[in-house]
Write a protein that binds this ligand. Structure first.
Ligand code: FAD
Length: 375
């Protein structure tokens, strides 16, 4: 940790949300530190598939969430362009579109209902015949019942995005401290004025050199993802209602390094996100299992079975990895971005299934609230 112990904003949590907010705040003139107890991006961000898909992920009865995800998708091209220009690194962002396929008659009926909703909301989505779907994606299952193309949807590589955000943060003067866990809040007259941390240095096998540091800030920004609800360094009534929702994904790779599909592919039970280097991310289970992050045989089996039903070529691909992460879920599935329950505390958490997509919006909203709109 440097000599400096006082910042305008100290961000607790170095996932996509914390890093995006830190970067924007610093760009608008704030002095910012990010405290991350593990590696930046090592939480849910590392596991996410990176779909930026407000239209295909549309759910009945969630109009407010749709408004947010559409607004975030509109911000994305400029967000990425700014980051890539600032750092000279790629985030893997590509507007490849998403093709949602109905594998049986029941799925076709459900997809029609979703498509009717998409059309009633004037969203960019087109019903395609089976033949037309197959023209777009020749590797699809031998038989299915049509599909919906959402041509404007995009994908990004969340691990690449993390590296780009880190580089952009550093170039804006943000201090990013990995291996630094916030363990205590500092209060003065009931206002949160800073945090105490337990720092760890990592050597090759174990952690060592624990020590406590005190960091003061005008604003403490809670961006601790699924752990926000059990931030025991805050009084119980100041901890936001956020719960972990487990998700498992499997990563495959084509043998020749060619992308396995041109679009994001999805059925009712699985989605496949192709990367330009031949990887394919198969996601995702949704499990209420507390803080458990075990990769299970059942979870992997379900993902591979459904991926195979959609794109039989997956059987020939290399199995690269299987990982599990914790989405920060809220009771109404909406993120919590704004003032916390004690003075000095601001929240940027609860982004549940859409944190990668919503990151530019969270960052913009908070920068406006905390440092104002740029002239
Ligand atoms: P995280 O990335 O979890 O970061 C929180 C950080 O806070 C962690 O690194 C943690 O170590 C740190 N922390 C916690 N407590 C402390 C403390 N006391 N002190 C210091 N640090 C602390 N979203 C999409 O938009 N598109 C997708 O395709 C997508 N797919 C997903 C697939 C899966 C399987 C999962 C699990 C999630 C997916 N998501 C997707 C959701 C997305 O990953 C999350 O919404 C997003 O990563 C949340 O980011 P975050 O920064 O809030 O949390």
């Amino acid at each position: 940790m440097s000599e400096k112990r006082s910042f305008d904003v100290v961000v607790v949590g170095g996932g996509v949300i914390g890093l995006s907010c830190a970067w924007r705040l610093a760009q608008r003139g704030a002095e910012v530190a990010v405290l991350e107890r593990g590696e930046p991006g090592g939480g849910a961000t590392r596991v996410a598939a990176g779909m930026l898909a407000p239209v295909g992920e549309l759910t009945f009865g969630e109009p407010e969430l749709l408004e947010l995800t559409l607004a975030a998708a509109r911000l994305y091209p400029e967000f990425v362009a700014e980051l890539e220009t600032a750092t000279g690194q790629s985030t893997g962002y590509e507007r490849i579109g998403a093709l949602h396929v109905a594998l049986d008659r029941d799925e076709a009926a459900q997809l029609r209902r979703v498509h009717d909703l998409q059309r009633s909301l004037d969203l960019e989505a087109e019903w395609l015949s089976t033949r037309r779907c197959r023209q777009l994606e020749p590797g699809l299952a031998p038989s299915f019942h049509g599909g919906v193309l959402a041509a404007g949807e995009a994908a990004i590589d969340p691990r690449a995005l993390t590296q780009v955000l880190l580089a952009a943060c550093v170039s804006e003067g943000v201090e990013v401290h990995a291996g630094t866990e916030v363990v205590e809040g500092i209060f003065e007259s009931e206002r949160l004025v800073g945090v105490r941390t337990a720092s760890r240095r990592f050597d090759s096998h174990e952690t060592s050199n624990h020590r406590l540091d005190e960091i003061r800030a005008e604003t403490v920004l809670l961006a601790a993802g699924a752990w926000s609800g059990r931030a025991d360094w805050l009084p119980p009534d100041a901890r936001p209602v956020v719960r972990p929702v487990k998700g498992q994904v499997v990563e495959l790779r084509t043998r020749d390094g060619e992308p396995p599909a041109r679009h994001i592919l999805a059925s009712e039970r699985v989605y496949l996100v192709p990367r330009s280097d031949g990887r394919l991310v198969v996601g995702a289970t949704v499990e209420e299992m507390g803080f458990d992050t075990t990769v299970t045989a059942g979870g992997v089996h379900e993902l591979l079975r459904e991926a195979y039903r959609l794109l039989p070529d997956v059987a020939e691909m290399e199995l690269v990895d299987a990982v599990a992460g914790l989405r920060p879920g809220t009771p109404d599935n909406l993120p919590l971005v704004g003032p916390g329950a004690v003075d000095g505390l601001v929240l940027a958490t609860g982004h549940y299934r859409n944190g990668i997509l919503l990151a530019p919006l969270a960052a913009e909203t908070l920068a406006e609230k905390l440092v104002g709109v740029p002239q």
